[in-house]
Structure formats: structure tokens, C-alpha cells
Unconditional design. Sequence first.
Length: 562
Amino acid sequence: MSQNGKHDPKSNSVALTEGPNRAAARAMLRSIGFTKDDLHKPIIGIANTWTEIGPCNFHLRTIAEAVKQGVRDAGGTPMEFNTITISDGITMGTEGMKASLISREVIADSIELVSRGNLFDGVVAIAGCDKNMPGTVMALARLDIPSLMVYGGSIAPGHLNGKDLTVQDVFEAIGAHAAGRLDDAGLEAVEASACPGAGACGGQFTANTMAMACEFLGISPIGLSGVPAFSAEKHAASRKAGALVMDLARNDLRPSKIITQKALENAIVSVAASGGSTNAVLHLIAIAHEVGIKLSVDDFDRISSKTPLLCDMKPGGKYVAADYQNAGGSLLLAQRLIELGLLHSECINVTGHTLAEEAAKAVEAPDQDVIHPSSAPIKPTGGLVILKGNIAPEGCVIKVAGHKRLEHRGPARVFNCEEDAFAAVEHGKIKPDDVLVIRYEGPRGGPGMREMLAVTAAIAGIPELSETVALLTDGRFSGATRGLMAGHVAPEAANGGPIAAIHEGDIIHFDIPNRKLDVEISDKELQSRLQDWKAPEPKFKRGVFRKYADTVSSASLGAVTN
């Protein structure tokens, strides 16, 4: 059907609400406040990741109200529903962190189920924490109905002794406290000051990385989605996002027309140029999987190697996400990257405009130094590097934005879980030049591929270790991690990957210029050890963790479930 030559924006929900035989459905919907007129309008699902457990998603009911008002103003009927979320920062360093990556799949599945079950004409997904962004976008890609994702926004920076704080500072203060360099009162002062209200973690950690990447991908309205949670402009920006979905519905602009190979490459460029989280590798590969596009870890290295680092943002730099937005935000970064010829500027955004058209609207704050000029990058290449070698035949990922070391050789200190590694750091058992090997924390082995921020932040809080040790794991890192840390080592130990064969004291060699990560033993010795390897018993015998472990792919394939 069409209206005035345009796509009928109610083409899906007509089967749910129209005609005499749908009277029972209408009666049930009218019982909770929808009017007869409401039900004859396009129905837009509002997928909310609200929770009162943690700041990232705590304020999303307010965001949802603004989005719904935008939908109503533009002629649609919003219907809000909720899905789950896990706070990475709260669960970090515990068994609960195993739920984080698994939640990405549950978020995607639940949004898909509710949307298909209710025949929505479009969807606005509202995301806050790390796994929300990719989880919601994966669902939108599967549904392929007019839709967009809007980010709840970043938290305000905390302040202590004239310094801006993020939750990263708390984790590093824990390491300093354990090393005796910070007393109880000092730790309490950092804890009490770091997170002053609602919003996602403030640095260029995973939440802000993925929010930015989704702007460059086109599935989030660029310039609107990144408005901080505490900003007075957030309500108006969210209302505009609600109105936009109605434009998408009338023009039948679907995710399959937006999330293309070129758009995915644009997203990778933004991550590399901003010093973004290593988790973007997993998540963008997973999103590509949902639209049937093959994206590999090698694409990240290829793109990052020709993309300069332009953003001076935590954890490797000085500034937080609010500073980035105030400096000119993603519109300004896109303008810089278009000047360098690094973006496919013809790609379309959910705003209905091309990336080039949106970037032309950029307004740069006077004297800002968050987003460097294209002629004066912080580093000539981007923040992500992919290494391969006899430890990681399928690859692993390192973020190089926050450190200068390009090579490291040292003895392996082998741990079969994160807790044992953290205890070794906390009790002073790790020495300069050591290489911490944390295994059986991969997608299947964890299960859930925990982030190692408790360990990496503890190391960063001890000066004699922060610049002298390295770490590798088949688990993940938080976007707040800094230092020489290789994550996503694949194949993982639980699948018999070579990381399972490393022995205490083996010499590990990181060679970033040559993109190599090797254990210095012969191929014959490595194969002999692997032949003697026996798979451990699954850690969970039933339930969602067991389902996930039985179906999850390698990290090199995005850790998607099939």
C-alpha cells in the first residue's frame, strides 16, 4: 500500500489492528489507554534497556518519554517495552561479568521477539551500557524494518582535586590502594567522586565507542545520539529521534539500506581515529553477521593502519565524552576524516542525509583540542592493531592508543581464571617484564568472555608494573583498559587453542610492528603439548550460560550464537 506515492508506514501492524476480526486485539489495547485513533496509526516499538541497577541505564525512562512524544508528534503510536541489561562496571571482576557479553545476545533476541510478535511498523531502540548498543542494532538488522538506535548518553565527569574523574580512576585507585600507595580515605574520596549521576562511563570506553560507531554506521542519528545524558539538550534530541523513525517508516528506509560494507568500514574508521575500545571488533563483526556481510579482524588492522588517531580521549588521552561532544562531536570528526579521504561519505544516515551532508553542518568549538586537525594527528595510525602468531592463529586485538611500547619479551605467568591473576597482582607476585596469560575466559570457556579491567587497572595503578608488564587473554578488555594488553586471543583455550599450551616461564614475544604474538617454543613442542591437552569440564551444566557455551562462535567471528 502507499500514501501519496510513499510507502504506507502502517504496512506491518495493519494485520494486528485493522478489520472486524481484530476487535479482540483492539479491545485489549484500548483497555490500557490506547484510543481507537491511536490504533489506526503506525505502531512504533520503543525498545528500552532501562534498569535501576547502575547509572548507564537509570535515566532511560525519561529518554523514552521524549522519544515517544516525538513519535506521537510525527503521527505514530509508540508502544514501549523493556529488555534486560548488565552493568559491566558493577559486575567487573566477579562471576557476574560472565553475563555481560551473553546479554548482548539476549537483548537482540528479546527485541526481535517482541517486535515480530507485535508486528511493529518501526522500532526505536534506546541503549545505555556497553552491550546495549550492539545488541539493539543486531536486533534492528534482523528485523529490517524502519528503525534506529538512540544512545542514552554519557555521564558527567566526576571531580576531585581539580581533576576530571571516570570509573577508570576508581579501578586504578584500587590497584594503588592494594600497592599501599593510597590509603582508605583516599580510595573513599575517589569512589565518592567519580560517578556524579546518570549516564554511561565517560571516557572513550565501550559504550561511547559503540555509540560513536553507530553514528558513523548510520543507524543512529549523527550529532543527536551523542548528546550527554546530563545535557539540557538531551530531551529535545531524543524527541527528534522519535520523529525521525516516522520519516524512516514513510520512506521505507530500512537497516539493510543503511548497514552496508562501506558503512561498516566507516564505523571502523571512527573507532580507530578516536582510540576506541577493542570491543568494537567483536561487536561490528557481530552486526555485520546479522546483515550477511563478511567482516574480519584483518579489516580492522587494514583500516586502522591508514587512519590517524585524532581524538585525545580517555583512557589513553585527557578528555571525556562530554568534551568530545562539546568540541564538535561526531559531525566534526566526520568532517576531519572526509578531508583525509578516509570515509565513504556517500553513505546514508537515519537522518535521511549522507554522511557528507551531515558533516558539512559541523560547528567546531573555539580553541578545542579534543579532536585534532587532520593535518596534526596525535599518531599517524589508529588505535587498534591485530596480531597473529603461534599463540593466536585467528588473531588477537591490541589497543595502542594509550601506550608507546611496540615490543615486549618476557616470561609467561599463567592463570586459568581472572581471579587468580588479580590475586597475584594484588599480593605483589607480578614482576617487571612478566607476561600475564589469562585463559579459559573466552566466549565458550568463560563462558561469556569476561573483561579484565580489575586486573589491568590494578596493574596501571602500580607504576613499576604499568609500563613494564604485558597481558594476553582469550577474554576481553574493558574500553577503559590501557597498557600493552592483547585480548580476544583465538582460538580460545576451551577450544584447544594454542593459548592452552603455554607453560609458566615460557617466553612470550609481542612484536607490534610486525603484527606478531608468539610463544618462543618450537612448532613440534607446541603440537606435542596440544596433543596432550584435555578439554575441561563445562563450568555450567544447565541454563543460559550452558546454552551460550554450546552455541557461541569464536571471538574472531564476533562471538555470535548460532
